[in-house]
Design a protein around this ligand. Structure first.
Ligand SMILES: O=c1ccn([C@@H]2O[C@H](COP(=O)(O)O)[C@@H](O)[C@H]2O)c(=O)[nH]1
Length: 470
């Protein structure tokens, strides 16, 4: 591997570093310009650059599971680092494909994995931050970026403000000194470049860090804020399966329920049941349903809508022919009896790590679950966060990121059925009402092709979620 002086001179000699008058992307005129794109024509220099960058992160003891180059110039650099040191690589597309997987990030990863960013030149840090955002949107964690050249115009400070450590191989000042000593530039040019850097700092310490202005949290960030294992798991499933769709499987036989759960399972995060409308209920159905929940990684929500005094709901939840607490991850309850209902349900469900949603609003026309009733339901939920993990509602009701909002009455077109059910679209629910999960029943179960319909709802719901970050 060349030493830094040799590398700097080689970069000058291949015109990856140029002096003159150049108009930058920002419109500013600069006396120096870096064009690292040319290094693809010089494999030895390319390898030298990638080795310097790899060594810098090694010396800094950075932890990461993969590496992602900022497109496009840093892609071949990241490729060399990946191939030479057996570090998996991820590729960030500048635009999602309009067909096929429509992915922005190519490569295999799991939510929560740490990814290192590689870049050729940093000026303000904005290109690095764009890549950071794309990776974070997919659930990856970014703490470090490595760059060949830091133009010292505020990029490292802006990145630090966004909790990204920048490791640079060479600063522009150091590069100028090396080139001066090697007789490649004169003192006048060094002064001119120094003046340019001083006068063109892009960092505004008054600007709020991106984290502070960001209001919408990703599913991964919300999972991290959950203390209840079920809400944590649900947010993780939503990210992993890229779905905020709950299927309301309102069918009347065990065979239909099993068939729905198996065919629609891949597209949903939650399967909602009304177990008392099944005509041939048996323990075998529950066993099969639980196996399908494990196979397709979804949560079972029995939409029992408990509404009695604590002592009665305890028996309804834990006993009777359905023994709901033995298989339903989540149940729901009306607030109408007062807090005793939560107490009763909690006595049965808490030890089994089950959870409850408060019915704070309803989708049906003329519902009385509004205004003060809704506010009191929210209060009841917030006082019992060890068991209540969210709401059945028609809009966001709590600012606590751990609280889930699940909205029924969703179809691809807004409207009403003949019995007062009112429908909102997935976009309206996720974008404008800021709910988290769309609950869809007949829009899927009664469509000519339920699997295709489920895919459409999954896509509409998840796209609406992703659009929250644009
Ligand atoms: O306010 C509420 C609470 C629950 N539901 C239930 O959701 C589904 C909706 O089915 P669609 O066929 O999509 O209308 C159903 O099981 C209801 O019991 C609700 O609609 N509104």
């Amino acid at each position: 591997m060349a030493n830094l002086k040799d590398l700097a001179i080689q970069l000058f000699d291949i015109q990856a570093v140029k002096f003159g008058t150049f108009t930058l992307k920002s419109g500013i005129s600069s006396p120096v310009y870096f064009d690292l794109r040319v290094i693809v024509s010089y494999p030895k220099i390319m390898r030298s650059v990638s080795e310097f960058m790899w060594k810098a992160v090694k010396d800094a003891e950075c932890e990461y599971a993969s590496i992602c180059g900022v497109p496009y110039t840093a892609l071949p650099i990241a490729t060399c680092m990946s191939a030479d040191h057996d570090i998996p690589m991820l590729i960030r597309r500048k635009e999602a494909k309009g067909y096929g997987t429509k992915k922005i990030i190519e490569g295999h990863f799991s939510a929560g994995d740490k990814c290192l960013i590689a870049e050729d030149v940093v000026t303000s840090g904005s290109s690095v931050l764009e890549t950071v955002k794309s990776l974070q949107d997919e659930g990856l964690v970014v703490t470090d970026a490595v760059v060949l050249l830091d133009r010292e115009q505020g990029g490292s400070k802006r990145l630090a403000q966004n909790n990204i450590r920048l490791h640079s191989i060479c600063s522009i000042s150091k590069l100028m000194l090396i080139l001066l000593e090697a007789g490649k530039v004169d003192q006048k040019m060094v002064n001119q470049v120094q003046k340019f850097i001083t006068e063109n700092n892009t960092f505004n310490p008054e600007a709020k860090p991106a984290e502070e202005v960001k209001k919408v949290l990703t599913y991964v960030e919300r999972a991290a804020q959950c203390t209840h294992p079920l809400s944590k798991r649900l947010f993780s499933i939503m990210q992993e399966k890229r779905t905020n769709l709950a299927l309301s499987a309102d069918v009347n036989t065990a065979a239909e329920l099993i068939q729905m759960a198996d065919s629609i399972g891949p597209y949903i995060c939650v399967l909602k049941t009304h177990i008392d409308i099944i005509e041939d209920f048996s323990a075998d159905l529950i066993q099969k349903l639980s196996s399908l929940a494990a196979k397709h990684n979804f949560i079972i929500f029995e939409d029992r809508k408990f509404a009695d005094i604590g002592n009665t709901v305890k028996q309804q939840y834990g006993g009777g022919m359905y023994r709901i607490s033995e298989w339903a991850d989540i149940i729901n309850a009306h607030a109408v009896p007062g807090p005793g209902i939560i107490q009763g349900l909690k006595e049965v469900g808490a030890t089994k790590n089950r959870a409850c949603l408060m019915l704070a609003q309803m989708s049906s026309k003329g519902t009385l679950a509004k205004d003060t009733y809704t506010a009191e339901s929210v209060k009841m939920a917030e006082g019992n966060k060890d068991f209540v993990i969210g709401f059945i509602c028609t809009e966001k009701l709590s600012s606590d990121p751990a609280m889930l909002h699940m909205t029924p009455g969703v179809q691809l077109s807004a409207g009403v059925d003949g019995l007062g059910q009112q429908y909102l679209t997935p976009q309206e629910v996720i974008t404008n009402r800021e709910s988290d999960v769309i609950i869809v029943g007949r829009g899927i179960t009664q469509s000519a092709n339920p699997m295709q319909a489920a895919k459409e709802y999954q896509e509409a719901g998840f796209l609406a979620y992703q659009a929250l970050f644009n």
